[in-house]
Design a protein around this ligand. Structure first.
Ligand code: 16G
Length: 242
């Protein structure tokens, strides 16, 4: 496994070997990997070298450490393309996963000055404030809060938001969802994220803010989401000089 005559650093060879084991299914999510000492003895390399390889895989999110119990193979991250304005329901179905939502909060509230500004409506105009846990195959992935003008999207109910908001807007209201601005930032899980998503406080998270617009430029929604950083990665294809 470790070719000592190769110019490739030992830590890198071990890292590639563990990666291959994960990709080929020899190691599956939840499996414990051998200890530093075991790897070091098996391949005749130092524990420092083993630690370097494992640290790198932990940073990449392929492995995670649990205090007192060892190092484990992490769940595969969901790779989310950034092109294409899609809904959580569509994204999960496309992957053959079952999307569900757990409704935490559903209320029509008067728009604060900030929300009114984002949605181009008057302060105190009615907006839906909807907070949902979004789950994929029963696993909590994100905590999402939508603000939508109640004068624009009529008849939104708890039943609707338990399925797909985008499907309701397009299929029932025949409104054309056209484009969005999205910002992604790294944050740490708040106490609320931790409690609702069943993760530790300070867990790595991605804060995503999306402003979505209809074809005529009317702001449709402001969405503030906290996605699990250990379960998501984003992908975009780039072109030079477009
Ligand atoms: C996605 C969108 C969110 C949208 C929701 C609609 C991100 C970061 N957010 O979660 O803006 O409101 O889909 O989902 O992608 P639904 O149609 O399944 O209710």
């Amino acid at each position: 496994m470790i070719d000592k005559s190769s110019p490739i650093p030992f830590y890198y060879q071990l890292e590639s070997f563990i990666k291959d084991q994960i990709n080929s299914g020899n190691l599956v999510p939840g499996d414990t990997i051998p200890s530093e000492r075991e790897y070091a003895e098996a391949y005749g390399i130092s524990r420092m070298t083993v630690r370097q390889a494992i640290n790198s895989l932990v940073t990449e999110g392929l492995l995670y450490r649990k205090k007192g119990s060892g190092t484990f193979v992490a769940n595969k991250k969901i790779e989310q393309p950034l092109q294409g304005l899609t809904s959580f329901t569509e994204d999960m179905k496309k992957r053959g996963m079952n999307p569900t939502s757990e409704l935490i909060h559903f209320e029509i509230v008067p728009a604060s000055i900030n929300i009114a500004d984002e949605l181009h409506i008057k302060e105190h105009a009615p907006v839906y404030e909807i907070k949902r846990i979004r789950l994929a195959d029963g696993e909590p992935m994100a905590l999402e809060t939508n603000y939508i003008s109640a004068n624009l999207v009529k008849g939104l109910t708890e039943e609707v938001v338990n399925t797909s908001i985008y499907a309701y807007i397009e299929e029932k209201l025949n409104l054309e969802i056209a484009h969005a601005d999205q910002m992604i930032e790294s944050i740490q899980a708040s106490s609320e994220d931790a409690r609702l998503l069943k993760i530790n406080k300070d867990h790595p998270m991605l804060y995503i803010k999306r402003n979505t617009f209809l074809q005529d430029g009317t702001p449709l929604e402001l969405v503030k989401s906290h996605y699990r950083g250990d379960r998501y990665k984003f992908f975009i294809k780039m072109k030079r000089f477009e």
